[in-house]
Design a protein around this ligand. Sequence first.
Ligand code: SF4
Length: 306
Amino acid sequence: MTSISRRDVLKTGALGGAGVFAAGAFGLPFRKVSAAEAEDLLKTQQKFVYTADVMCPAECGIAVNVVDGVASAVYGNPRVPYNAGTMCAKGCAGLQMVYSPTRIKYPMIRVGERGEGKFKRVSWDEAIAFIADKLTSIKKRHGAESVIMDSGDVTDRDTYWRLGFGFGTPHCTEHGAICDTPRRHGPKLMFGGKRVEPDVMRPVLVRQADGTLKNDFSYKTKLIIYTGWNPFTATRINYESRGTVGAKQAGAKIVVVDPAFTNTAAKADQWLPIRPGTDADLFAFMLRYILEHHSDSDPKRRYIDW
Ligand code: SF4
């Protein structure tokens, strides 16, 4: 079987532009369909099942193509204004939640060394007892406060936190600590009031002065710097992904600061693969450069514009 690295795929996606994917370049196992086979395919029982993607809180409208009773493809539902036919990469890969050969279907406990990939299947009772023993032993040796309970955001936080507090640790945190909470409070501290949002992050469905709703695909953003953010794969805000593409088509430059060559980096004008954890150093350097090169009296060297 042909081996394709994630980097190869992303690179080719970037070269192909507009998402054109040169599958043949990798020798993927696609084959031509004969006229007779095509006739048979046309006779298959196909239908679309309309539902919502619940893999993230965006809950995009989707249309699942069901062929002979088997879900075979997922598309964005063009009649749902929120995502208007679009989907993110995670949503498109949603069928793998059902069909992936590596999907985890039951509890497993590692029996080999870390990274060796050796696991044994266990019952739910065994798995729960295993975790309980581990937690109790850590509590006895280091105290309950040595454990952090981290969870998803509001969708599933409360049950995890209940367990954490019941165990005795006050260190119960959630995904929001590195997501929307700082996104709200950072601008509030800097600008004093309501958070500012670039136009690539606003919904495309915009309320007009006359009260009607209309899609607005215009973008004025000129430069986007993504740091620690990979919106083409990891955001629930689907209009940010499409807004980024829209802004780029309107002439914006995109810079991605990320040690990994992500989907977003593949579409960027500049990829800065810094060493992990040095984001603050990079921004400190940029700030220093601005302060050292700024001059109020020289319009060509003016960087600070309040
Ligand atoms: S943003 Fe992506 S993962 Fe989230 S609901 Fe939409 S398609 Fe699914």
